[in-house]
Design a protein around this ligand. Structure first.
Ligand code: TRP
Length: 77
């Protein structure tokens, strides 16, 4: 899959922080799984992020509402 295709087809994740200091980490696709980016959100802030050729998984630390195409889940509870 090339980058354009990965971005076109990529699913989205919506994360709403329910407390200050929620961290979202983007984890690399492929054999290695390492954190390539991290974002801090304060309570009420929302991040909309996309899975791409670079990002295969995301990790959320702290209390947050997480929406994806497979459903809604609350982290940190
Ligand atoms: N590097 C892993 C991969 O491309 C990233 C990954 C995807 C992952 N899904 C996961 C890591 C689930 C842990 C658990 O497959």
């Amino acid at each position: 899959m090339d980058v354009d295709e990965a971005v076109r087809e990529g699913r989205y994740i919506v994360v709403k922080a329910l407390e200050d200091g929620v961290t979202i980490m983007g984890l690399t696709r492929g054999r290695d799984t390492r954190s390539h980016h991290s974002e801090k959100l304060d309570r009420g802030e929302v991040m909309v992020a996309q899975f791409t050729d670079l990002t295969a998984a995301m990790k959320v630390r702290g209390r947050a509402e997480v929406l994806t195409d497979v459903g809604r889940v609350e982290s940190g509870t």
